[in-house]
Write a protein that binds this ligand. Structure first.
Ligand SMILES: [Zn+2]
Length: 271
């Protein structure tokens, strides 16, 4: 399986990230896309991905950090995106739930990153929280070729709008939350099977029905099969089938099978 969104550069993984990756592997989660949320975190994600065989990274700035963006930000992301281990631009988008950055800043840097993804021919890893319909309007007007609405938690109208826009949909352990994720049990059936992706969003969103709860309630990629089983049950389909389909979708979405130039540090010296 492929965890398409894990924040493995988060401080809570600082001491044991190698064990976390090993546990994921044992659990059948062979590939992890490490989310970049700022220029600094994206650089760290890229470094981590360079050191582990089946790790990849995104490069981008989360809407929470939009207020910290400046003229140099886009160039820095563009530079990071040249690395063969960086497979998407993001996470970027709009977060009108926490509102850590003013909306005009969020929109400006969201649009800029969408355009960068298009320019570089990279898929986009998008964050949208309480930002529909503005989020949809922007995606529609900039029109990226390939993008995923990661950690989808919204309602029916929002989901249908995203599907209509051609977005892939990322489902997390939110679906295991009997208080706020119940609606997703029905809604996942409206996601086209070839556009469904799974993720943990570690260390956040530990499935609430996971027993026993992990230490400090830290989520990790090894728990992705738990999310898979919840999704498969909601779809009333065998989890092996959903695992195969979502793995195929993620491989195609991020182009993981495509030949890549070797990493700059590994390039042989000219004779
Ligand atoms: Zn997010």
């Amino acid at each position: 399986m492929i965890d398409i969104g894990a924040n493995l550069t988060h401080a809570s993984f600082h001491d044991d990230v190698t064990d976390v990756i090993a546990r994921a592997h044992v659990a059948g989660v062979s590939t992890i896309i490490v989310t970049g949320t700022s220029v600094e975190e994206s650089k760290a994600a890229q470094d981590l991905a360079s050191r582990h065989e089946n790790l990849w990274a995104t490069a981008g700035v989360h809407p929470h950090h939009a207020r910290e963006c400046n003229q140099g930000t886009l160039g820095a992301i563009k530079e990071l995106a040249k690395h063969p281990r960086v497979v998407a631009i993001g996470e970027c988008g709009l977060d009108f739930n926490r509102n850590y950055s003013p909306h005009p800043d969020q929109e400006k840097w969201f649009i800029a990153q969408l355009e960068l993804g298009i320019e570089l021919g990279k898929p986009l890893f998008l964050h949208s929280r309480d930002a529909h319909p503005r989020f949809s309007q922007i995606v529609k007007s900039v029109n990226p070729k390939k993008a995923v609405a990661h950690c989808f938690t919204g309602g029916r109208d929002e989901l249908h709008a995203y599907v209509e826009l051609g977005l892939y949909i990322g489902i997390t352990g939110w679906i295991c939350d009997e208080r706020r994720g119940r609606h997703l049990l029905e809604l996942v059936r409206d996601i086209p099977p070839d556009r469904l992706l799974l993720e943990t969003d570690s260390p956040y969103l530990t499935p609430r029905d996971l027993h026993p709860q992990p230490k400090a309630r830290r989520n990790e990629p090894a728990f992705l099969p738990h999310v898979l089983k919840a999704v498969a049950k909601a779809l009333r389909r065998p989890h092996e089938e959903i695992a195969a389909e979502t793995t195929r979708n993620a491989t195609a979405f991020f182009g993981l099978n495509e030949p890549r130039p070797s990493a700059p540090e590994k390039r042989p010296l000219a004779a």
